[in-house]
Design a binder for this molecule. Structure first.
Ligand code: COI
Length: 461
């Protein structure tokens, strides 16, 4: 019996024994009084850490370093057809020093949370992951050659995989801590943490993609971009020629398919009408754009069906279409998604951006722990084994697999705030205007020129 208690209590045990000594907690506390979920982690003689910290010179030193944000253009500059060993190693060393810096800042944020919040088992699980990742990355020595880089890439891949559960864990943690911090504080914490996480995954995945390109048999640094097997329009994860209309069509098809799965073949699925500047092309990371457009369409389709479809009526029914307007301005691309799904009640409007106020979300939480449905990028899905490949016209695979691979009735409830995190990360915007009783207009603004740096925190720090 003792053995099985130990096994079921793996997290708590590792939390204490594996935490790097620089940041190891020095005392123990039982938190099950505050967090019912922590009870299943606790067994006789084992308790969660209380997070009073030994002073940590290593952490202090890294917290002092400022992050060095990059722009899409800089990401492109590292790669492209001029990618050579020097540039690859520069990219490797940038990621090698940038990851521990960015993680150290977030560890420090977590250390500033109220004591009782950090002891939440989900939050402390994430804290633990970050401490381990920080400790492993800060120790990696300068990367001098391809051999060093290959080893570094193996560590990166493993870390990306290990961190797949971070978002569901954070969502559960934040919901369990609703009574302990104000919604504003919790949302600020989540926004900063998630934006920073996107940024770390972007630079890590970009470097992995550049390394793949470098090793690809079709990569000849001096060859012309017309090489039949090269993808001159992709530099790592950045697609230089994102076609706004094609992205919308693609997301539309997949979200319509998802709606059919969720509501049954008899339910009418709204048509998606695309208008405006239909030849708009700009550089972006397709998985980010697809996440945002996919979530907006998913919301609009769901609202439209739920407002206009009556499953009790056996007659064929029709629902109003969703209109997407693409506007190509000098500095920005704007997508306006308009539906007639009844809008959002005024009393609900202030909650739509919150990670901590969702009420419907609670019932889904058990599932969240099991399903990495909030995978933020293609790689998260691939490594989680939940994705199935959808090959795009340009030969690359799309992150939208998450929409079709997610169980159709699993409403995660953070699509909107998460989409805004994505939009703001590359200095864009996401706004919702509700016409109560009629429909909703969502405005997604994307910075067109690729010269805006990552926005790592809410206050620019
Ligand atoms: C995360 O996914 O949370 C990360 O921090 C990724 C990084 C360790 C490469």
């Amino acid at each position: 019996q003792l053995m099985s208690m130990r096994c079921s209590n793996r997290f708590t045990t590792t939390a204490i024994t594996n935490t790097p000594s620089i940041i190891r907690p020095i005392a123990l506390l039982n938190t099950s009084r505050h967090f019912p979920s922590s009870r299943r982690h606790l067994s006789f003689g084992q308790q969660t850490p209380n997070f009073q910290w030994q002073s940590s010179r290593a952490l202090e030193a890294w917290v002092e370093k400022p992050a060095r944000p990059v722009s899409l253009r800089q990401l492109i500059f590292f790669g492209g057809r001029h990618l050579d060993e020097r540039r690859l190693l520069d990219s490797a060393n940038y990621v090698r020093t940038e990851l521990p810096t960015r993680i150290a800042h977030r560890i420090r944020d977590m250390q500033k949370l109220p004591y009782v919040v950090v002891t939440n088992p989900h939050i402390s699980y994430v804290y633990q992951l970050y401490c381990e990742a920080f400790d492993s990355f800060r120790k990696i020595k300068e990367i001098h050659n391809q051999d060093d880089n290959d080893k570094f890439c193996a560590v990166l891949k493993q870390a990306l995989h290990r961190h797949l559960t971070v978002i569901p864990k954070l969502v559960m943690g934040v919901l369990e801590c609703r009574e302990l911090m104000s919604p504003e504080q919790l949302d600020k914490f989540m926004n900063t943490l998630l934006r920073s996480r996107i940024s770390r995954r972007v630079i890590a995945e970009q470097h992995l993609a550049l390394t793949d390109t470098f090793h690809s048999p079709f990569h000849f640094p001096d060859s012309s971009p017309e090489h039949p097997n090269a993808h001159p329009d992709f530099v790592g994860e950045v697609f230089l020629r994102c076609n706004a209309k094609e992205v919308v069509e693609y997301c539309g098809r997949l979200t319509q398919k998802l709606a059919r799965k969720a509501y049954g073949d008899n339910a009418p699925v709204p048509e998606i009408i695309i208008e405006g500047h239909l030849d708009t092309i700009f550089p972006y990371i397709p998985s980010h754009l697809e996440y945002m457009i996919g979530e907006l369409l998913r919301n609009s389709i769901q609202a439209t069906i739920e407002r206009h479809y009556n499953p009790a009526n056996p007659e064929p029914q029709q629902v109003p279409p969703i209109h997407i307007l693409i506007c190509h301005a000098p500095q920005h691309i704007i997508f306006r998604v308009s539906d007639q799904g009844g809008g959002i009640q005024n009393s609900e409007l202030e909650n739509i951006w919150s990670f901590s106020k969702g009420s419907k979300r609670d019932t889904q939480l058990q599932n969240l722990a099991m399903i990495p449905a909030l995978a933020a990028t293609m790689q998260e899905l691939e490594t989680s084994g939940f994705g199935h490949s959808v090959t795009r016209k340009d030969g690359h695979e799309s992150s939208l697999t998450r929409l079709t691979s997610r169980p159709p009735n699993l409403k995660l409830g953070i699509g909107l705030p998460m989409s805004r995190v994505y939009a703001e990360y590359w200095a864009g915007k996401l706004e919702i205007h509700s016409l109560e009783g009629y429909g909703t207009d969502a405005f997604l603004q994307i910075s067109k020129l690729g010269n805006k740096s990552e926005q790592l925190t809410l206050d620019g720090l």
